[in-house]
Design a protein around this ligand. Structure first.
Ligand code: ATP
Length: 359
């Protein structure tokens, strides 16, 4: 199996460390226009993580990868790999890279292609042969290594691309949209290789706009939109909606569904907005209130029951809501945290970011 070389980076295991990174492109007529592709991006990927950058088109994912690889310079902030300046020759030697569309010359077989990339990495003949054997096996091309790559499917070419990126046994593998443009079979094959590398403890940094793919292979991720990181953390935490306290607009908040009664003359919508909007904290997302109330007023009964879904509350909000219901003479019947999927979290964050941008 593929091994990771032990390294001595000073940054307590941070393989990728990015702080307040900025990138502004010049564009338009005579370069007078500007595009702010990265607006203060901070994130950190540790050894052994499969770290995914997830974001819609134009989020800044490729720009970030280009800065990390030293293909382009940043306009501000810091980026380092293994504690070394991103883009430095020493850092680059320890990185394997699979670009979005790697072109392998059609005259190659898988084996001659790996020989070619091995030589580019400065490996000798014996090292090339033994690495090629291991990697062809890893990517499932061992029996097809002497066939022309002309006969390879896109999925096979992408798996060969993964093998070339691993030839010099890098400490970090950077993959740009590794499953983009592949059919379901190709996607699953490439995913299988990434999963094997993950299980071997390889550190992988990849970007994708395909949420499902990221969810299947990544251990950690950062959700990006419009050049910012909206949330970052372990996949399980993001899936559960427990977001990084430091991430913009996230703050470890939950979605709850609640059922409560109020005196019939108290309008529930205004009550909720007032109860939740008064304290230091308030929900970061919308309040959906069942309308009409779930139980309408009956003869001799002075109260009405309501159901509401409230997005982005923290414990202080919940405590305040409970107190307010009691103080208004109502009762709390149920309070249930909602199961949040990664898609919910992703859509909510991206929508909030786009609302903030346009308002
Ligand atoms: P995609 O998923 O579409 O590849 P992305 O998240 O990788 O998107 P980037 O390619 O990093 O996003 O682009 C971020 C922003 O920077 C976009 O608005 C894009 O148009 C702009 N941009 C990217 N490269 C350049 C460039 N060379 N010159 C000017 N603007 C650029």
């Amino acid at each position: 199996m593929v091994s990771s070389t032990a390294s001595s980076e000073p940054n307590s295991g941070a393989i990728v460390s990015v702080e307040d990174l900025q990138k502004t492109y010049r564009s338009g007529w005579l370069g007078r226009g500007q595009v702010q592709a990265l607006r203060g991006v901070s994130l950190r990927a540790e050894r052994g993580q499969v770290f995914g950058l997830l974001g819609p088109n134009g989020a800044g994912k490729t720009t970030l990868i280009k800065v990390l690889l030293g293909v382009i310079g940043s306009s501000g902030g810091r980026a380092s790999l293994f504690g070394l300046a991103a883009g430095s020759a020493t850092a680059r030697r320890r990185v394997g890279y699979l670009p979005e569309s790697l072109r392998i010359d059609r005259h190659h077989t898988a084996r001659t292609a790996l020989r070619y990339y091995g030589r580019l990495s400065g490996l000798d003949g014996a090292a090339i042969r033994s690495r090629s054997d291991r990697l062809l096996d890893l990517v499932g091309l061992a029996g097809r290594d002497r066939e022309s790559v002309r006969r390879f499917s896109k999925g096979m070419l992408q798996r060969l691309g993964l093998a070339q990126a691993l030839m010099h046994d890098p400490d970090l593998l950077v993959l740009d949209e590794p499953t983009d443009g592949l059919d379901p079979v190709g996607r699953s094959e490439v995913r299988g290789v990434i999963e094997r590398l993950r299980d071997d403890g390889k550190t992988i940094f990849l970007n994708s706009h395909i949420l499902h793919e990221v969810e299947l292979v990544c251990t950690h991720l950062a959700i990006m939109a419009s050049g910012r990181v909206l949330a970052t953390g372990p996949l399980a935490a993001l899936r559960a909606g427990q977001l990084d306290e430091n991430a913009e607009s996230a703050n470890g908040r939950k979605i709850i569904e609640t059922e409560f009664s109020l005196p019939a003359d108290v309008p529930a919508g205004a009550f909720l907005r007032q109860a939740l909007g008064e304290g230091e904290c308030e929900p970061t997302g919308p309040i959906y209130l069942a309308d009409p109330p779930i139980r309408t007023l009956r003869h001799g009964d002075e109260s009405a029951d309501h159901r509401a879904e409230i997005t982005g509350v923290n414990q202080a909000d919940i405590d305040r809501l409970v107190d307010a219901i009691r103080a208004a003479g109502g009762s709390l019947m149920a309070m249930t945290p909602q199961r949040v999927t990664l898609e919910d979290t992703f859509m909510r964050l991206v929508q909030q970011a786009s609302t903030a941008r346009t308002s």
